[in-house]
Design a protein around this ligand. Structure first.
Ligand code: HAM
Length: 438
């Protein structure tokens, strides 16, 4: 093969190749789309009841934002971010999570000066993490979440946790455990870190290579290790709960009491430390007790981050928030067979075959739709028999059967698609008839 034919051959092949989705991403359509919208609708309704306002921050931000907030040594920043240099030479990152962007926006837009405090925000949208894709773990993932900025009250910790808990319950996911812990304040955490390092030092060579690195950079995160989590060494490690100073202990007890008052079932788990650097005090995870999900059974997580605003050059502002994984919820709801989510039967299907009937169908459909009636008609020039079949496939409750002869006399036939009863209606009364018979 000459160089020319060789090049042509491969250029041709290149042009012909079908372009497929990127690893770790997927298209949301069909029933998936119904679940996706349902989850977002339930969440936004609940967030609204709790008096949270919507915020949308950009999908890409300066890389430095995530380095300084999520933390340079965290897995998310050190191994998983999508970083690139834009055409203007700026180092930008696709957001791996939502908290950092909200905090950046809070500071940049001086929301700390708003009369309404605390600032209660909710968001939903895609995040990007270069992870090893598997069921419930994607490179483009969707989250919904809330952030409350400007209150240190344990009531807000309890409110945020119960908001997430009630949202999951409202979706029909009942077997959820709230695993909760506290990282205490800086003093408590420093005392604990010292004790943990002392305890782990003689054992460190028996832990996984990641833990050996964490020992140098952030020893607390060893407790969160997926590889070593059941090892004797970690099971016998000292607990943060024994190193809390009085104020941190009092604060944690108060959050637990409030959760009890709100009827939120929780389990204190002193191994929860979370994989992001910005947390202090309360940290929590929502774990689904549904078999077969493996490590993807963590539906959501969050905690308090009282030092992050200051770290990003804003005024000292105590904050707390959570985020839930929409993709995981989609899997669970489908497994739980939530039929009500996907059922979206049509109210009315209009059958028409000639031009005059199609014109009437078009106008009648508009009137029905603006009367909040879900309706459709044929646009593929199907025969009547095929249109009846299509109406059945769409689950139409009523059929409007247009017929030119009847139309010339001002009459329209309506058939109940369940009882199969047919009635002839004056065309001027068709709207009222349909509204009254659905
Ligand atoms: P996170 O634990 O990194 O926290 O993520 C929250 C949830 O997002 C997880 O519990 C999980 O359900 C989902 N998730 C994370 N990674 C993936 C993935 N690769 N594929 C599918 N789902 C995933 C945060 O993002 C914090 N910003 C939460 C927060 C808000 N803390 C305070 N405020």
């Amino acid at each position: 093969m000459s160089v020319l034919t060789y090049t042509r051959f491969f250029c041709f092949k290149e042009e012909e190749r079908m372009i497929t989705k990127q690893k770790g991403t997927y298209d949301i359509y069909g029933n998936d789309a119904k679940y996706y919208n349902y989850i977002n609708n339930v969440f936004t309704t609940v967030a609204n009841y709790y008096n949270y306002n919507f915020i949308r921050t950009p999908i890409f931000e300066a890389s430095e934002l995530f380095h300084r907030s999520v933390g340079e040594t965290t897995d998310i920043v050190s191994k998983e971010t999508y970083d690139f240099v834009d055409r203007g030479g700026r180092s930008v990152t696709l957001r791996p999570e939502g908290t950092a962007g909200v905090v950046r926006s809070f500071i940049e837009n001086k929301m700390f000066g708003d009369v309404n405090q605390p600032v209660k925000l909710y968001y939903t949208g895609p995040m990007y993490r270069y992870e090893r894709p598997q069921a419930g773990r994607y490179r483009e993932l969707s989250q919904f979440g809330v952030e409350v900025l400007g209150s240190d009250s344990p009531m807000i910790d309890a409110e945020v946790i119960s908001l997430a808990y009630r949202t999951l319950e409202e979706m029909g996911i009942e077997d959820i455990t709230v695993k909760i812990n506290t990282l205490g304040d800086i003093e408590s955490r420093n005392n604990y870190r010292e004790a943990l390092v002392k305890y782990l030092e003689p054992h460190i060579s028996n832990l996984c290579p990641d833990c050996q690195n964490r020992f140098k950079t952030n020893p607390l995160r060893i407790l969160d290790c997926k590889v070593d989590k059941d090892s004797e060494i970690l099971l016998k490690a000292p607990s943060i709960l024994d190193y809390l100073n009085d104020s941190s202990e009092k604060r944690f007890k108060s959050v637990l009491e409030l959760l009890m008052e709100l009827g939120v079932d929780y389990e204190v788990d002193s191994n929860i430390v979370r994989g992001l650097d910005y947390y202090d005090h309360t940290v929590f995870e929502f774990v689904a007790d549904i078999p077969g999900l493996g490590a993807s059974n963590v539906l959501g997580a969050g905690g308090r981050y009282n030092n992050l605003v200051e770290k990003l050059e804003g005024p000292a502002t105590p904050c707390v928030g959570f985020a839930c994984g929409i993709d995981r919820l989609m899997i669970i709801l489908q497994e739980l067979n939530k039929d009500n989510v996907v059922q979206s039967d049509l109210d009315v299907y209009i059958l028409a075959v000639n031009e005059e009937e199609h014109m009437t169908a078009l106008k009648l459909a508009q009137d029905l739709r603006w009367s909040e009636i879900k309706c459709d008609y044929d646009t593929l020039d199907r025969g009547l028999k095929a249109q009846f079949k299509q109406a059945d496939r769409l689950g139409a409750k009523l059929l409007v059967i247009l017929n030119s002869d009847e139309l010339s006399k001002g009459i329209i036939t309506v058939k109940d698609n369940i009882t199969h009863e047919e009635v002839r209606i004056d065309e001027n009364e068709i709207l009222e008839y349909i509204i009254g018979n659905l």
